[in-house]
Design a protein around this ligand. Structure first.
Ligand SMILES: *[C@@H]1O[C@H](CO)[C@@H](O)[C@H](O)[C@H]1NC(C)=O
Length: 363
């Protein structure tokens, strides 16, 4: 049972129930064993009059999407996100879309390379072997720092997973053979197959794929133009680290962006100029665990956010209510709108009188 499956599937449900909603969950069909476990446990422990699980794929999903909901919350990819948003539009149903994207990691020179490498590895291969929405998708670093970074990543990967990572119990399998083939195709494209500087081993029958690093892949390659969602980590290089911002901002807005640096100015520039769902500095993926931070995408990486109080808000409507008494029934408000009334209104405005009176409206 994969932890992130449970988190993604049940975390929003907590907010929805807390805000007083009845809930229907449709777990991903990509992980059928996890899906049926969730269905069984929810049926066993929760009150089925307000929370149910519907298992299935496209047909079940279309049937669900035909219904009128108060809110639809979806975690997944932009292709399905678009189908959901279009279906929701028919009923004017508001939607939260938690999508992904190519989340970049900028690695500046002169940093604590060992710690940075470990944190990149933890975010990339440590979380489902790259199969999470906030996984570092690619790295940008300077030309003269790239080899150092590669060496350090290799060393730490071997420390964590041994010399033959395909055998490691700490590396997740690829979720199914379609995704395995998709990843293999990214790696086997002519443009990039000679850019592999580490890893590349795979075992299709066991759905195992080793941590793989590529250096200097062309920006027009497949691997640089779709979300990788797997154990491949391309590194692209720039002359000056500041150029990274241009690379990131010329592409679709990612769900996360990361920067490792000691440089205060670079840090400020990054926070100010990079548009992404969320940022983490000197780390990867951890911003997701901070309950007070809203978690959600922007642009291509989604809309709306959740986690902590934000989950409650995501499933609530903030209904405005004014309670009024019968006092202070000012005749100026009612016709006929005579000159005298208009003058008093104007005079009152210039003294800020109406704001003061408005404050007295509430019973
Ligand atoms: C990253 O960590 C270093 C060393 O602890 C620190 O000097 C630097 O300010 C941190 N960078 C950011 C962007 O917070």
């Amino acid at each position: 049972m994969c932890k992130s499956f449970l988190v993604l599937c049940l975390d929003p449900v907590v907010g929805a129930i807390a805000a007083g909603n009845a809930v229907v969950i449709k777990p991903s069909e990509m992980a059928p064993a996890s899906s049926s476990l969730v269905a069984r446990l929810i049926a066993e422990y929760m009150d089925s009059s307000f929370i149910r699980v519907v298992e299935g794929a496209a047909a079940e999903m279309s049937a669900l999407l035909e219904q009128k909901w108060d809110k639809i919350f979806y975690t997944g990819n932009g292709r399905v996100g678009r189908i959901i948003l279009a279906a929701a539009a028919k009923h004017l149903t508001p939607v939260v879309l938690e999508l992904g994207g190519k989340s970049p990691v900028i690695v500046d020179s002169g940093i604590n390379l060992q710690v940075a490498s470990r944190r990149i590895i933890a975010g990339k291969w440590g979380l489902n072997n790259g199969q999470t929405c906030v996984s570092p998708d690619y790295v940008i670093t300077t030309k003269d720092y790239a080899l150092k970074l590669v060496e350090s990543l290799k060393k730490e990967i071997e420390r964590f997973y041994g010399k033959s990572p395909l055998e490691s119990k700490d590396i997740s399998r690829i979720v199914n053979s379609n995704h395995f083939v998709r990843l293999a195709n990214l790696l086997d494209e002519d443009k990039v197959s000679d850019k592999i500087v580490y890893g590349g081993e795979r075992d299709k029958t066991k759905l195992r794929f080793a941590p793989t690093i590529l250096l200097d892949v062309p920006l027009d390659s497949l691997i640089m133009n779709e979300e990788i969602f797997g154990p491949l980590l391309p590194i692209i290089t720039v002359n000056r680290i500041e150029e990274s911002f241009r690379v990131i901002n010329s592409r679709a807005k990612p769900l996360a962006a990361y920067l490792f640096t000691n440089n205060k100015k670079l840090k400020k520039q990054f926070v100010k100029s990079v548009s992404a769902g969320g940022l983490a500095l000197n780390d990867t993926a951890l911003h997701l665990t901070v309950n007070s931070l809203p978690f959600g995408g922007v642009g291509e990486s989604g809309m709306g956010s959740y986690h902590g109080k934000n989950s409650f808000d995501a499933f609530s409507h903030r209904k405005a209510v004014l309670y009024r008494h019968f006092l202070l029934d000012i005749p100026l408000r009612y016709p006929p709108y005579t000159r005298v009334k208009q003058r008093i209104l104007k005079a009152g405005m210039s003294f800020g009188l109406w704001d003061k009176i408005r404050a007295l409206l509430v019973a």
